[in-house]
Design a protein around this ligand. Structure first.
Ligand code: NAP
Length: 469
């Protein structure tokens, strides 16, 4: 009976995980997707817990309480900190897989070498390598994104780095192969612990040369490693649900990484070994050309006279939490019969879908959101391109500057609009650390200030000028 319940629950939870991923494809169904994922996880945990083989219920309660203590505060972080929060979740996943693998090896060793078949040992080695490298790699990624003092934000590189990194991994894998052949020799436990140490070290080495801008992509790659380690754990524990859930996790992480790499016109190897962010050859354009500043009144006039306004949101809109003010601006403009579209760059912000989530939160109709490929042909007919806290994703240097770290990344053609109004706080560069000539081009007007405050002023101006300062 219990066996049937476990089998049925595994199928039910797997189906819920698949629906969860499917529904998350679209902002309209994303909430349903989250709920399906939560229910799937609840079914999986409950079905495992009620199995007669579980004897020490106290430990499970302790684990759940601990999970809540860590998980509840993590669920409350602001949206801008979600990439590092996600990385931390992967760290826990990797650590769990690594620890379970280690415990299983030593338990099986105690019960006799017959337990450690070639297949089981291969799964154990894969689980432990992937688990521990995901753990330290994700902790490092979290530290970099959170700008923790003891982890350098910029890529740290040295000659022969790739050889050292790959060397560490090769030694770990070679020891793993030895262990599969000789799982229970006198030296085997030490070799196993050496694999744990090397995988832990490899996770750190893997992240050191990677710059902050590539971190979301790397987090997504680590997500797929965490998924693969769960698959291996499923084989070790003979748990089908872990195998399917891990495979879904692993493949979705991989697909997301590919989507992000394509959107930035980068390859996997370039992300992992390219040390993006070290190239700092930007010319000081700010000193060569003048930044033209516009007043709120002037910008409001430009907007009022437009027929087509394309809003290009970026990371700064997220930082300022300006989305609700943007909605008010949208209302003011559409009320006047002006067409307003939102140009969504696939890597605007700090995580895929970042802008979609923010704009949906402010109830901006999905129909007003236009993908980059669709909006670009329309940009020459656009009267005002309103850039709100976006920088790299509208930087024309991506088209031609071969020495630029964002060279080849598709951008939204804000510079092709008749006029461009850009909102940012200072003359500082964006995440890639390079200057942006869009801001000093002839038809660009700057509105300096926090995006929420500036758009608030624009709305007041359009609504009748009351309370302006
Ligand atoms: P960005 O290049 O980071 O630029 C953001 C701009 O917003 C900055 O120039 C900043 O200028 C401004 N800003 C910050 N806070 C502001 C505030 N409170 N009010 C007004 N302006 C503010 O952003 P992006 O154009 O969205 O580009 C995203 C970058 O992240 C790209 O390099 C992309 O490759 C990278 N990335 C994204 C993802 C993803 O999944 N989304 C993944 C990997 C990499 P001031 O400081 O002067 O205000």
């Amino acid at each position: 009976m219990m066996y049937s319940i476990a089998q049925f629950s595994a199928v039910l939870a797997t189906a819920l995980f698949i629906f969860s991923l499917y529904w998350m494809n679209d902002p309209k169904t994303a909430r349903k997707g989250v709920i399906a994922g939560v229910i799937g996880m609840l079914v999986a945990v409950t079905a495992t817990w009620i199995q007669p083989a579980i004897l020490h219920h106290g430990w499970i309660v302790v684990a759940i309480v601990f999970g809540f203590i860590v998980g509840v505060p993590l669920s409350l972080v602001p949206l801008t900190a979600v990439p590092q929060r996600t990385a931390l979740s992967h760290a826990f996943g990797g650590l769990a897989a690594g620890l379970v693998g280690t415990a299983e090896y030593f338990l099986a060793l105690g019960q006799g070498p017959a337990e450690l078949t070639g297949f089981r040992m291969s799964a154990l080695v894969a689980e432990v390598i992937l688990g521990f490298l995901t753990f330290t790699g994700s902790v490092m990624a979290t530290g970099k994104l959170q700008e923790v003092k003891w982890i350098p934000q910029r890529p740290v590189t040295y000659p022969g780095q790739n050889v050292v990194n790959i060397g560490v991994l090769v030694v770990a894998v070679a020891l793993g192969v030895l262990l599969v052949i000789h799982p229970a020799e006198a030296w085997s436990p030490r070799a196993f612990l050496a694999i744990v140490g090397l995988a832990t070290l490899f996770g750190v080495l893997l992240i050191i040369p990677i710059g902050g801008a590539d971190m979301p992509t790397v987090i997504s790659i680590l997500n797929s490693y965490a998924g693969l380690s769960a698959v291996a754990m499923g084989f070790v524990l003979n748990n089908k649900l872990l195998v399917t859930a891990g495979a879904l996790d692993g493949s979705s992480g991989l697909i997301l990484s590919i989507i992000m790499c394509r959107a930035m016109n980068r390859s996997f190897t370039n992300v992992l070994f390219g040390a993006f962010g070290t190239v700092q050859k930007a010319k000081a354009i700010g000193e060569q050309k003048a930044w033209k500043q516009e007043t709120v009144e002037g910008a409001a006039q430009l907007l009022e006279q437009a027929r087509l306004v394309v809003v290009i949101p970026g990371y700064g809109m997220a930082v300022a939490q300006a989305q609700h003010k943007v909605r008010e601006l949208y209302d003011q403009l559409t009320k006047r019969g002006i067409t307003v579209k939102f140009a969504i760059h696939p890597v605007a912000g700090r995580m895929p879908g970042h802008m979609n989530v923010l704009l949906a939160e402010a109830d901006i109709p999905y129909t007003a959101l236009v993908e980059m490929e669709e909006i670009n042909p329309e940009m020459p007919q656009c009267d005002v391109a309103l850039v709100i806290g976006a920088n790299d994703v509208v930087n024309p240097a991506a088209r031609y500057a071969k020495d630029s770290p964002i060279f080849g990344m598709p951008i939204i053609d804000a510079d092709k609009a008749r006029t461009c109004v850009a909102i940012k706080r200072s003359k500082n560069p964006g995440f890639a650390g390079i200057d942006n000539e869009l801001y000093v081009s002839d038809n660009t007007w700057m509105l300096f200030g926090d995006a929420k405050a500036v758009i608030g002023d624009l709305v007041k101006q359009l609504a009748g000028g009351s309370g302006m300062h």
